[in-house]
Design a protein around this ligand. Sequence first.
Ligand SMILES: CC(C)(COP(=O)(O)OP(=O)(O)OC[C@H]1O[C@@H](n2cnc3c(N)ncnc32)[C@H](O)[C@@H]1OP(=O)(O)O)[C@@H](O)C(=O)NCCC(=O)NCCS
Length: 330
Amino acid sequence: MVDIEQINPRNEAALKAWWEVGCAATAYRPGKPWPLWEQSRRALPAPNPERAVTLLAAIDGREMVGAGLLVRPLRENFHTATAFAYTRPDRTREGTGRRLVRELEVIAAGDGRTTIQSEAYLPPGGSGAAEAFATAMAYEVASRESIKELAVSDYRARREALLAEAAAADGYRIITFDTVCPEDHLESFGRLLGMLMSEVPLGDLDLEASEWTPDRIRAAEQRQVGIGRHVQTSMAIAPDGSVAGVSDVRIDDTDHEHGQVGITIVDPAHRGHRLGLALKLATHDLVLAAHPSLVSVDTSNAEVNTWMNAVNEALGYRTIETLLELQKRL
Ligand SMILES: CC(C)(COP(=O)(O)OP(=O)(O)OC[C@H]1O[C@@H](n2cnc3c(N)ncnc32)[C@H](O)[C@@H]1OP(=O)(O)O)[C@@H](O)C(=O)NCCC(=O)NCCS
């Protein structure tokens, strides 16, 4: 008899068992599909001003056979939550995934959330259990994304030629920083972050715009600092001093071999100056300088985001998976 229970992320033994289920359930995927234990141990119990996290466990006797995760945004998008289910590979097709998702939906609905989002990862052009499971749980595909990975050796081979191309970003100044935005640019950075939801292709995902005040940015930065995550950021400063574009690569203290692209956005008023390329070159150079042991960086973009995909391909990123952004209205 399998019981579904909520677990406290501060209970380290329970958290470790939960992490192991997720690790085993995602081990078939390429790239770095699951964080290292040291990172999850640090990040999951830490307070997060942006999101509330609920962990569920499917327990059979003394063994954990399934793990669930519900993420509820706390600053906006109060109508949404994101639900993830993981079943230990030796215990699939017993109804555990279904029970976890149902319970996650009940918790979300109890908090007034009416749109539940999720993710399914597939081999490029292929299908798999996650897609069949999503259909069985009545989730629809709201957007298709490509997960891409960059081998650092490929980046090094292309870098020189790209630097010459990015030099066209004349009149703009590129600055870089680790996680904490210089005070001078904070407000203008917030204005650009506020454009993200309308500028990033979201497909049919039901998400509303966000407002980034200096206080909110500072609180989010402090959370990253607190969990040992370095958001290595580049910013393009326009001749009038405003922030014209921003991009980042994140690296955890616990893993200096893998990085992950966070956000990239160039203000529509400043497009066409190769700033996307210049910003990405700056972040990749920054992480390589800070972490010479870096092996790979991953990113995800909507398949329809031709501009970002072209920049990523020029840098040497290759598609390793397809990500289906899923959605269900309760
Ligand atoms: C997807 C996953 C959670 C399914 O877990 P599970 O415990 O096997 O799911 P269930 O047994 O509750 O399956 C529910 C239904 O999903 C569908 N389904 C699940 N796995 C399937 C598969 N491999 N092939 C076809 N259909 C499948 C079936 O309709 C199934 O009902 P049925 O067994 O009565 O036919 C599990 O395979 C997993 O952990 N995968 C890796 C992580 C992941 O992709 N999570 C989903 C996105 S968050």
